[in-house]
Design a protein around this ligand. Structure first.
Ligand code: PLP
Length: 413
């Protein structure tokens, strides 16, 4: 890192500030985590210098013998970890993983059926401003108004009505375990293919805690940087029959050279997730989320679906007289990082919605457990209650920085 300091003080200063933010604060963004030092290092290696268009053994560039070894290890480990017939580890991110699957089976104008963004879906699941909403006709299912669980009657009815070519399961802001088999049944009933985007909960699937979509879905996509705790990136899993189509779709379909430094980091991530202690990590994430959710419920916040059975919870902060935007700002000022989020049937606007989304994957990586979650929950409730009192917020910030300092961030300290 000292060469960055010498070469570029502006970037160095911002980096140092970010390092401080990550160490001193409580990271509760549900899509973030802290990688191991080995993963971080791999992402900064000489592999960033290498072009490797193509696939191991079939490259369009010379000098690929070492990156071939790395990509083969990454693919093998991904297959082993998730029990998949085929893995493509080249997508630069989750959005590219999804795009690769769409491009491999859909033509522009085909219909997809996916979860509504306003109910917890992702932009790439057919949002009108995203490529997915522009290229494909989209029908959206959501959650029921009374219990906030996926409305499978609606999924089945929409599938009958629209006859989609591809049904997408998976979400960015859904606090419950998803019944992949039920989606597969509905897809089969209308002759649709099923893609499960497990970006958020792939770490829980890897740990064997949530049901795996791999046996029942035609395609499974994921990011590697959320509960799976790898570098910022993506990957696709599929059956052998779809392997050539997916590979062609990633390269040359939508990408050029893969980021081999990130492929190496993904290989290490899959290797870490294959270790027995990853299961304990996954169990602790879920237990921490349960305890944090209980603490927040007791403090008067309403939670979408009444709780959580994964790594995240969606909190309606209007029940304590705030909006998501005000809550996010107040918590940020105290060193607690969350994101404002729409909640199902939200009457407010996306830039100032009713909710905040909270996840426990990152704090669990720092070694925090149930007792710590109770403390974190109390801070959240206090900060929300005193959101317009700068002295209280500053006092909370100081306490939090001291507390957080006791829980090392891997590779940073
Ligand atoms: N799919 C889901 C369900 C997500 O939550 C996300 C990211 O938040 C993505 C895909 C896209 O990932 P990326 O931001 O890496 O493109």
């Amino acid at each position: 890192m000292s060469s960055i300091r010498q070469a570029d003080s502006e970037i160095w200063n911002a980096l140092q500030a970010e390092r401080g933010r990550q160490v001193d604060g409580l990271e509760l963004i549900a899509s973030e985590n802290y990688t191991s030092a080995a993963i971080m290092e791999a992402a900064g290696t000489v592999l960033t210098n290498k072009y490797a268009e193509g696939y191991p053994g079939r490259r369009y560039y010379g000098g690929c013998e070492n990156v071939d070894v790395i990509e083969n290890i990454a693919r093998d480990r991904a297959r082993e970890l998730f029990g998949a017939e085929h893995a493509n580890v080249q997508p630069h991110a989750g959005s590219q993983a999804n795009m690769a699957v769409f491009m491999s089976v859909l033509k522009p104008g085909d219909t997809i059926l996916a979860m509504d963004l306003a109910h917890g879906g992702h932009l790439t699941h057919g949002m009108h401003l995203n490529f997915s909403g522009k290229l494909y006709k989209t029908a959206h299912y959501g959650v029921r108004e009374d219990d906030h669980l996926i409305d499978f009657d609606q999924v089945a009815a929409l599938a009958q009505e629209h006859k989609p070519k591809l049904i997408i399961a998976g979400a960015s802001a859904y606090p419950r375990e998803i019944d992949h088999a039920k989606f597969a049944e509905i897809a089969a009933s209308v002759g649709a293919m099923l893609m499960v985007d497990m970006a958020h909960y792939s770490g829980l699937v890897a740990a064997g805690i949530h049901n795996s979509p791999v046996p029942v879905a035609d395609f499974v996509t994921s990011t590697s940087h959320k509960t799976l705790r790898g570098p910022r990136s993506g990957f696709v899993l599929c059956r052998s029959e779809h392997a050539a189509g997916v590979d062609r779709s990633v390269f040359p379909g939508i990408q050029g050279g893969p980021l081999m430094h990130v492929v190496a980091a993904k290989a290490i991530c899959f290797g870490e997730a294959l270790q027995p202690d990853f299961r304990a990590y996954g169990e602790q994430i879920v237990e921490n989320a349960r305890v944090l959710a209980e603490t927040l419920l007791q403090g008067g916040l309403r939670l979408v679906s009444g709780g959580t059975d994964n790594h995240l919870m969606m909190c309606d902060v209007t029940t304590v007289g705030l909006s998501g935007k005000i809550a996010e700002h107040a918590l940020d000022a105290a060193g607690i990082t969350v994101n404002k989020n729409m909640i199902p049937y939200d009457q407010r606007k996306p830039m100032d919605p009713s909710g905040i989304r909270i996840g426990t994957a990152a704090l669990t990586t720092r070694g925090m457990k149930q007792d710590e979650m109770k403390k974190v929950g109390s801070w959240i409730l206090n900060v929300l209650a005193k959101h317009d009192d700068p002295a209280s917020i500053q006092a909370a910030r100081a306490e939090i920085a001291e507390f957080a300092g006791n829980y090392p961030v891997p590779g940073i300290g």
